[in-house]
Design a protein around this ligand. Structure first.
Ligand SMILES: [Zn+2]
Ligand SMILES: [Zn+2]
Length: 256
């Protein structure tokens, strides 16, 4: 239905452009929020509220859009599950347009400064998610150096078992909504949540709506994670680590 938009989703140029556009987009809302009159308390509270609210949006979009009904987003996300080294992102300007729409609606009910900083907080959260997700998949050594292995393991469990761990930057909403699968369980306990296809689900049928059901004889998560790790290593030997802007990654940040 939207062939150009769909092509953009899989374009590495789009992937890189999105990171720049969204960083600039967040800066515009920050400047607008600082320019419009408001107390510093209101400014800080609005930005913090926006950043916190992103955590739920991240969970909801991943679970109910990425693993939801058929759509461009679900197909794109299914491709990410098929090949987690591919550079796949929403078409450039989609997030920016969405941010302006949210800002316009908020401006009807709160001041320009508060609306702008709420959207800045949301946008900052989104950029944090986008960068962290890239790092978790492409820069293993870096995640080790900065203490992100825990989040990396949790996200890799999601890739092995698509009905759990929808949060990337935080586990809060998975814990609250019953879809959290800790790494300790992935190292051996049987009878874990079911997966329709642990490693590759090109249609994006991730089973988000069936999270945490227990079925007798469901696959052992330990095996699924091991299988995902093997597939991942195989892909990585075929494709070198991807630096966001094709610059050489400094030696101390390079994956082994
Ligand atoms: Zn991922
Ligand atoms: Zn997913």
């Amino acid at each position: 239905m939207f062939p150009t938009a769909e092509r953009l989703v899989y374009s590495p140029i789009n992937y890189r452009l999105v990171l720049v556009v969204d960083a600039l987009g967040a800066s515009v809302f920050l400047l607008l929020g600082l320019w419009a009159p408001a107390s510093w308390t209101a400014r800080v509270a609005a930005a913090a509220a926006g950043f916190t609210a992103w955590g739920f949006l991240e969970y909801a979009i991943h679970r109910w859009v990425g693993h939801g009904p058929p759509s461009i987003a679900r197909r794109g996300h299914a491709e990410h599950h098929s090949d987690d080294t591919a550079l796949i992102a929403a078409p450039v300007f989609v997030v920016l347009i969405g941010a302006f729409a949210v800002w316009a609606l908020l401006s009807l009910v709160v001041t320009i400064a508060v609306a702008s900083l709420l959207v800045f907080g949301l946008y900052l959260g989104y950029n944090h998610y986008a960068l962290l997700h890239h790092v978790l998949h492409h820069h293993e050594t870096f995640t080790g150096r900065v203490g992100l292995q825990h989040l990396e393991r949790i996200h890799h469990i999601h890739h092995a078992q698509q009905s759990v761990n929808f949060g990337v930057t935080s586990t809060l909403w998975d814990r609250l909504l019953g879809t959290f699968q800790p790494p300790t369980a992935a190292s051996g306990s049987p009878g874990l949540p079911p997966s329709r296809n642990a490693s590759v689900d090109r249609r994006g049928l991730g089973g988000g709506g069936q999270a945490c059901q227990r079925r007798p004889g469901s696959p052992n998560l330990k095996e699924l994670v091991k299988k995902y790790d093997v597939e991942r290593r195989t892909r990585r030997t075929r494709r070198k680590n991807v630096s966001i802007f094709s610059l050489r990654v400094p030696r101390f940040l390079r994956c082994t």
